[in-house]
Design a protein around this ligand. Sequence first.
Ligand SMILES: Nc1ncnc2c1ncn2[C@@H]1O[C@H](COP(=O)(O)OP(=O)(O)OP(=O)(O)O)[C@@H](O)[C@H]1O
Length: 396
Amino acid sequence: MQQSPDIAVVRYGEAGIKSDKVRGQMLDRLAENVRAILDDRGIPGAVERHWSRLLIRPPATAADGEFDADAAARAAADAFGVVSTRPAITTPPAADALAEAAVALAADHPGGATFAVRANRAGKPEIHPFTSQEVASEVGAAIGDATGAAVDLDAPDRAYRLDIREDEAFVSAVEYGGPGGLPVGTQGTTVALFSGGIDSPVAAWELFKRGLEVVPVYLDLGDYGGSDHLARAVETAGTVARSAPHVDARLRVVPAGGLVDDLVAATGPTRMLSLRRAMLRVAEAVADDVGAHSVATGESIGQKSSQTGPNVRVTDAAASLPVHRPLLTRDKPEIVAQAREIGTFVDATMNVGCERVAPEYPETNATIESVEAAEPDDLLARAEALAEERYVVDGN
Ligand SMILES: Nc1ncnc2c1ncn2[C@@H]1O[C@H](COP(=O)(O)OP(=O)(O)OP(=O)(O)O)[C@@H](O)[C@H]1O
């Protein structure tokens, strides 16, 4: 019998609790997304939908030993909608076969580590001559005999998992956590204002996580921006898009230096609000072109003067599409921790971009009237027109 993992088992979350029709559509999409990640990373694997899991098996064309179940499981764990993945050994659904596979996996059981066996059985009860609990203790006894390790059912150092179905079973000792959420492509498209700083990449990641296709838009602020600022945006956009390689999430760059220069010359305390309003209009114009239903930012309430409650009202008044702010209620340390975790945190804080455009004494409690009175009359129309000048930068 096979003694090393020959399959990757993929568990999904919320898609599984939808109505049959919606679940079917979501799982087709999830399977497609996992295939795209495997292709993008050059990992062979045939993705199947199967009962309450996706399975990744060796492709029909794979030579012996060419399929790397662990690599497939690790890659699939990046797909939005996936809760966890496990490289596993396929066995017949019989207790002795399950025990043999588990003992094979226990060959590298760390010395002194405790373990538990978790069994999950589906199918008609009469098919298997055991309950989940009975088979778990039988397999547990075999692992204990082979390794001398102690059982800890509450907080084991390692869990051996048995996924038992009517005609086959899967035994695993390793589990990779996925992001959860919904499969990308199931919730339409949004245009995200993307500076490449700490917040907007995390916001884009959160939007992907809820199944949206994200089109990132960067405004090049001319003398207030800089090539390193743009390079950072390209790099972080590429990092976020790695989990959805079949979606066109390349950075759209809009040359906005002239508009910013004029805004700096014309405005004082309300400048950042006018800039944010112009940004929203650029994003809306792009949204119209790409068929997006909304726009998004990385703003968090009260984090900056332009993001106070009253000021958010003023910026939103320039938009007609819904403005999504996935980080609205998040604290900065949490956002920083998440940026590190998803790989978008950039160490050097650049003193470029919005920080340099900001006035010395920014307004924190603006009214729509005061902002409109200060900003150039043609600002929003000019912002819409600028969207036409966008170009695409591919970070990969
Ligand atoms: N140059 C830019 N191009 C596109 N969007 C931008 C740009 N600068 C800011 N934004 C958008 O405006 C939001 C608020 O920007 P601001 O600089 O005030 O805050 P921030 O918390 O530093 O954001 P970030 O960390 O995302 O740069 C950003 O999250 C982003 O959505």
